[in-house]
Each structure stands twice: as structure tokens, then as C-alpha cells.
Design a protein around this ligand. Sequence first.
Ligand code: NDP
Length: 246
Amino acid sequence: MARVALVTGGMGGLGEAISIKLLALGYKVVTTYSPNNTKYQAWLDQMKEAGHTFAAYPCDVSDYDSAQACVAAIEKDIGPVDVLVNNAGITRDMTFKKMDKVNWDAVMKTNLDSVFNMTKPVTDGMIERGWGRIINISSVNGQKGAFGQTNYSAAKAGVHGFTKALALEVARKGVTVNTISPGYIGTKMVTEIPQEVLDTKIIPQIPMGRLGKPDEVAGLVAYLASDEAAFVTGANIAINGGQHMS
Ligand code: NDP
């Protein structure tokens, strides 16, 4: 039977590529969208026309109750979640001098609390069934810090701390927990950065001299989700064109 893969933030640049990749590999793919997102139906229709049929559920990943209700509905309608990709995330960049509590909290809740909120309702089932994959999308900026991103860097570093601790707890249960830390990938989150900043500040930091492609991250997710990756757990896999090596 096809495994169920839940990808949060499926309508985003990376989420879409990950969802398409997992679908092509035979998973039943379920995506989530923010409850206030009015474009999801058009996106689902567009995906369907292109041959990609996903289920999609509203979910505010930053809200514990919304996440529990979303996973309960998915498990009732579609089946137990075998692969969870915690991909949804936001940035609210500003120097620490300007950083206020609202923008700190928004980033911590959406990028870090969300990982707890979504992982909590799927883990017991994975353990009972003796198989599961939790894949957390962090960032190079969680590994090395970034100017103007005290909130984002802290949240993304926290994601990997979570990964390592949970990986230890479930290591003997057939469940792996891993982090992927992408560098700059050509999605809306990055292409919204002014071209001049990309050309003069960001791309010159990348030894490969280009942005990453969403498909390249999707390929890594597919590997971590596979049976072949059964011995990989607690890892933080960088995919950044050589920008940061640790
Ligand atoms: P996008 O902005 O394209 O997509 C982000 C997705 O997150 C959207 O689908 C959005 O859903 C969803 N989302 C945001 N807030 C919530 C919420 N409260 N509840 C539910 N869903 C939410 O970003 P990317 O695809 O570029 O990024 C995906 C992940 O990869 C993020 O975690 C990001 O931090 C990380 N990353 C990205 C990099 C890059 O270079 N692009 C580099 C390193 C890490 P909706 O549209 O419905 O609101």
C-alpha cells in the first residue's frame, strides 16, 4: 500500500517540489496550506492539470490545536502519516535593534513550535507501526547565523536540536528523524530579495555561483524518506552549493 507523506506548506516553492517528487515516487501526498490562504484551490487545480493530484488540508502549523485537528482529519480521511516533512516556514528579517516581540514570536511559532505541533500527533503511530520518517527543513542560517535573522537563525538552530533529541528517543523504533539545511534556493522566499543584493551579496558567497533548485532539495527529501535511508538519523544534511561546510 502506498505510504502517506504529509508535507506542510505544500504550496510554497520547496513544498511544491517536494510534494511533486514524493507523488512521482508513489506516495499518497497530503499538503497543508494556511487557513487564510485563498489561492490553494487554484493551486490544487493547476497541479491537477499538470498531472499532480494532492490532498490538501488547512492548517496553521504555528497553532497547536489547528495542527492536531489537521492531522486527525488527514489520518481519518487518508490514513496514518508515514512520512512527515516539516517544511512550512517564514522569515521576518530585521536587525536585533529593530526586532520586536511580534516578529520574534511569529518566526519562533511558525518555524520551531510548528515542528513540535506537527510531529507530536504522528510519532506514536509511527512507533506503533515500527516505521516512520520525520524530515525537518531547517536552513544554512540556522547553522551559521545570519545578519538580520536572530529570530530565524534561532528557530532553525532549534529545529536541529529537536531533531537530534527525538532521533535518540525513537532510534530503536524504526523511525528516523533528520534535518535538511538548505542554503539559498530559488523560491519566492529568496527571489523576493532585491536582485542587486542577490548579485552582490548572496551569490558571491556560494562557491557554486548559483542558487539551489527546489528539485535538488526534493531529491534529498526523497532519499531520507526511503527505506534505503533507514540508518540515517539525527543528521543535519547541508545542501548549499558549498556555502557553509561544517
Ligand atoms: P515559501 O515562502 O515559498 O513557502 C513557505 C510555505 O510555508 C508556504 O506554503 C506557506 O503556506 C507555509 N506557511 C507559512 N506559515 C504557515 C503557517 N502558519 N501555517 C501553515 N503553513 C504556513 O518558502 P520556501 O518554499 O522557500 O521555504 C520552505 C522551507 O524551507 C521554509 O521552512 C524555509 O525556512 C526553508 N528554507 C528555504 C530556503 C530558500 O532558500 N528558499 C533556504 C533555507 C531554508 P501558505 O502559502 O498557505 O501561507
